[in-house]
Unconditional design. Sequence first.
Lengths: 263, 371
Amino acid sequence: MHKNRLILQTLVIALAAFSLSSCEPEDTDGGSGGWNTPTSQLELAFVGQISDEPLYAIGQDVYKEKSHGEYMMVTNWSFLMSNLALVKENGDTVQLGDGYQWADLTGTRNVFNYKGIPQGKYTGLQFTMGFDSATNHGNPQVWPADHPLNPNMNGLHWGWSGGYIFQAMDGRYKENENATPGSFSFHTATMQFVTRYFLPIDLTVSNDKHRVAVRINADRFFGGAQPIKFAEKSVSHSEGDHDELLMRIFLDNSLYAFRINEE
Amino acid sequence: MKKIGFLLSVGFLVFVSSCTKENGAVPDNGGVYNPTIVDPTEIFPAEFGMPLLPKDNPFTEEGIMLGRMLFYDPMLSIDSSISCASCHRQEYAFAEPLDKSVGFRGLRASRSSMPLFNLAYHHSYFWDTRVKTLRELVFEPIQAHNEMAMTLPTLRDRLKRNKRYVDYFKKAFNHEPNLHDMSLAMEQFLLSIVSKDSRFNKFFPGDDLSVLSPSELRGAFIYNGLIEFDDNGVTKGADCFHCHGGELSQQLNASMGGIASNGLDPEPVDLGVGGVTNRNQDMGVFKAPSLLNIAVTAPYMHDGRFQTLEEVIDHYSEGVNFDHPNIHPQMAAHGGMQLNLSKQQKEDLIAYLKSMTDSTLLVNPAYSNPF
């Protein structure tokens, strides 16, 4: 069984590599615009925020207000992506790199550079938080040491065949400004919580290097139509009735948490 | 690992014997030595995956052996009394049974010495994660006044005056002894130390549960179980794996639990990572070590405050200070309730932890004193 998964995983990677190399110039690491299309560079940044402010600022209180009058501080926020791509006006996609990426918003890995982006007009950025089942439950050690899916690098794998944690957001909260802090932890995993995101953008890629920033507000994961009050619900690992319901709310809210613009 | 250990040992013997002859090994026509490249796949097990290795410092038999000699050589301390191995002893998984190491003139180090194995997979080193590479790391204890107390000009001169090192540096790097190559050789040796042969590592793929005893297996479920209290306030899981998970029994991503406060004190005493970053959220936070070989690396924690595994488990069960301002969320996200594990649960957990001892590491001749 284990060996079969390994073979399947290897096959998937090999097919993906073939399909990419078959439509890209060799000296690019992104894009699929064909041999004759002029290309450009894209710097893609994922920026974590709370209430539109930075997660941390030296000399400032790191707790920021969220819904229910609670205050929150994010100590860990990472997520894994697949199918990361720019979307053209006609709906065609230009995959960025091999489509996989790991963003660590509380660490130092949140800015990515892609070469070979075909020039032209783009209307969106899309990605999936999570993977197909074969990738999720395959042998994670098949990934090279510097690949976003290598668990020794991202630390986002349950071990065994349990699959990846697609997103981890941990931190501390206070019920009010002066309250004793508590902790929250939301870890998104399992196939039912694979989530696709589409972020509309008006981007015309020309000769220049372009920088696009995706700003993600942590407080919006707990606000909106179904706000989550930490004092009542502060943990979900995506398994079990309580956790699954809470994770669904968390992810539904997340659809309103992303903003994208060219800088 | 036995294979690579054997090869390295044989290689070392050949190397030493060749170097101790009057004329030494013969360089090529251009007077250049060609160190023997070691394939990393011979060092690192497939089940761990390949680590991200420094591209400018490939493994060579000569480089690893030179690093090993330097590691065991007390000449690296100012009074030639202390080597790296004085505080990182192989029989203790390259840690030592002291809460704080004894350095130059009996001065004590500020924290306990960490074990040394599987370092190739780490992204930072020391309890406070203050250095990111092993070539940087080696200069810290060498220069620390309360450890080896050496000055770098003195060390460089000593190496240059030592005929054995003049020969070995030439064979490994084609240079006369210098501090940069010294750090590269020691980096190679430290990167090459791998622990993978514990029963835990045979169990981890999950294909053969019979590797573990019934008690160890129960411990595995407690270790890898999430904290969920039932109506009687009992949890089946202790959630050790978030900070000590995977084949390496260690979380390598700092944000995911690779660095954490585990509530040892109600407030930061030793600043830990915060002493390096000066960020509030890092105060009193430390690197979470691998639990491989934990049974032979007592005492425990950065200050060696716990003498036994029983004391460690008691801390996590009923002694956590949830008031610590930076306690890791995974530990405190359950309402700040102590786990209150049963006597049986504690015994099972300890049995599981003891299955993580790799006895081959403790005697592997590839890592032992070459002198």
